[in-house]
Write a protein that binds this ligand. Sequence first.
Ligand code: RB5
Length: 149
Amino acid sequence: MKIAIGCDHGGINLKPVLIDYLTSKGYEFKDFGTFSNQSVDYNDYAEAVCESIQKGEADLGILICGTGIGMSIVANKHKGIRCAHCHDVFSAKMTKLHNNANVLAMGERVIGPGLMIEIVEAFLTTPFSNDERHVCRVNKILDLEDKVF
Ligand code: RB5
């Protein structure tokens, strides 16, 4: 499993904790930045992570900004991306199980490093249920992407 990660300046302190965790567990990952605490647009990092998934270079993405909200809004504008904005372990587990989410967004100004790691662990280790109901609902999300409003 390949993981794409990204943050803006609002997530710059949690990303090293995430990197340490992914490294210690042997996950293959690519860091799309940002790499300093200089103010940047979260949009650019969410886009880079999502595009790597769209190209098939990564399977999952993890995004961190101040709240996780801006990142998740941008991520969910991408075809094929189902980004879950999670600040609790139950939601992180359920969004894989029921929604087959492929991107996780979190906010450094909302949660601390310990909870972040538990959320990430739940997200990375929970499989999609493959239950017929959930497959149907995820397929309806994919169908929606082809409609023009
Ligand atoms: C940056 O100040 C902040 O707006 C950003 O990290 C994020 O919280 C946006 O949703």
